[in-house]
Design a protein around this ligand. Structure first.
Ligand code: ADP
Ligand code: ASP
Ligand code: MG
Length: 403
């Protein structure tokens, strides 16, 4: 008898009809005599709606109350799903994070799961029950409700799989697997049968929303294979797994892109030791995430230009912090809100030279100007004007034979 963790995303439980369909999927696993642990997200749109409500009441909504508020979406979805399972004849119940509990550490809205107490859960599974557990939420040492970051139910599923020692973990979503690039943006995208943790981690961190980055990192650390499947159509999905010897000959596995990035350039910054630290410290203190960074040395060696990217939503705060910063002096500051980061990802890059040249050449052939470049062992990212994102994905998809 296998223990299988099944996670359903927001669209999968997005309506009453969808919840009925999901209950049938769960039932199909039960009929094969598996022990089934279910994790559910909130119905699609619900979490965003709760965020909007909090914003109508305060620009600085209390962090602890914010998490308590946001976590309610999952409670509704789990109760509806468990109720439906009971209706079709199963022994099922909802389980809120604090009832297990799922213990988290770290700040509100960005907490991390570090332990799941599975004693009662194991007993319930043994007795044939189907637990339907809220994704995305936990409790901290002060017994306050926490949430673990947007799309966090993926990570809840992985951590449940770890602590319950599951044989399988399946992420059910609205696409039938991980594709070479977002299939909703580019219709020539192809489904990937098998992808390595590191590649998935880069793709997720670089904007491929299909899996949440923390969950992939947790899966990698705990060697938990993940299957990504569709709850809409019954098709084979994608396996996310560890790097095995059968290294694929595909150089590039996927392409990711971001939305809502902004580029900031501080022109004519007095160049002296510690200047970069002085610029970025206040940003880091204010939890502003700085991504790509380039520093140019000017010809006279006295001044430098500093370019970096942040989320567009952080622009106003960032400008204020830079202008208030007494530790730096500069001539000018400029902003560009309409930029996107496009990245190619693949472990094959490690052993194949010339990939960056091919990427830059392909972009040049479409007259796409590169603003900033950054690389790691298995990815190359370029910052370009957002209006070229689709064209860039398409030319790179063809260049690396992903079509
Ligand atoms: P869920 O609510 O089930 O967690 P998400 O919306 O978080 O679903 O993730 C699924 C979405 O991810 C898809 O609808 C798709 O548009 C998007 N996506 C982005 N990049 C990719 C990719 N490379 N492969 C598959 N889907 C992707
Ligand atoms: N409901 C949460 C969100 O919308 C968590 C999740 O969907 O996984 O971010
Ligand atoms: Mg998701």
């Amino acid at each position: 008898m296998k223990t299988i963790v099944l996670k359903f995303g927001g669209t999968s439980v997005g309506s009453i009809e969808r919840i009925k369909k999901v209950a049938d999927i769960i039932s199909s696993y039960k009929k094969k005599k598996n022990k089934v642990v279910v994790i559910s997200s909130a119905m699609s749109g619900v979490t965003n709606d709760l965020i909007r409500k909090s914003e109508l009441l305060s620009n600085y909504f209390d962090k602890a109350e914010y998490d308590t508020l946001l976590s309610t979406g999952e409670q509704v979805a789990c109760a509806l799903l468990a109720g439906r399972l009971v209706h079709i004849g199963y022994n099922a119940r909802s389980w809120l994070s604090w009832q297990l509990p799922i213990i988290t550490e770290g700040p509100h809205s960005g907490a991390r799961i570090n332990r799941v107490v599975v004693k009662d859960l194991s007993k319930y599974l043994k007795s044939g029950g189907i637990p339907v557990i809220t994704g995305f939420q936990g409790i901290n040492e002060k017994m306050r409700i926490t949430t673990i970051g947007r799309s966090g139910s993926d990570a809840t599923a992985i951590m449940l799989a770890k602590f319950i020692k599951a044989d399988e973990c399946i992420i059910y979503t609205d696409v039938d697997g991980v594709y070479t690039t977002d299939p909703r943006q580019y219709n020539q995208a192809k489904k990937i049968k098998k992808i390595f943790y590191d590649e998935m981690l880069e793709m997720a961190s670089l904007g491929s929303k299909v899996m949440q980055p923390t969950s992939v990192q947790d899966a990698k650390l705990n060697k938990i294979d993940i299957k990504v499947k569709s709850s809409f159509v019954n098709k084979s999905g994608t396996l996310i797994t560890g790097l095995k010897k059968d290294f694929s000959d595909q150089i590039i596995t996927g392409i990711s892109s971001t939305k809502n990035d902004a580029k900031i350039t501080i022109v004519g910054v007095k160049d002296k030791p510690g200047v970069a630290a002085s610029v970025f410290k206040p940003l880091s203190d204010n939890l502003i995430n700085v991504d790509m960074i380039v520093q140019n040395i000017s010809l006279n060696g006295k001044e430098t230009d500093l370019t970096f990217t942040i989320k567009s939503s952080d622009i106003i705060k960032t400008e204020k912090l830079i202008r208030q910063n007494k530790k730096i002096s500069f001539k000018k500051i400029s902003f560009d809100k309409n930029v996107s980061k496009v990245s190619i990802i693949g472990v094959g890059m490690i052993t194949t030279p010339g990939i960056s040249y091919r990427m830059f050449q392909a972009l040049a052939s479409k007259k796409i100007n590169i603003l900033v470049i950054s690389t790691s062992e298995i990815k190359i990212s370029v910052l370009i004007s957002s209006k070229h994102t689709k064209k860039a994905i398409s030319v790179l998809h063809k260049e690396f034979k992903l079509d």
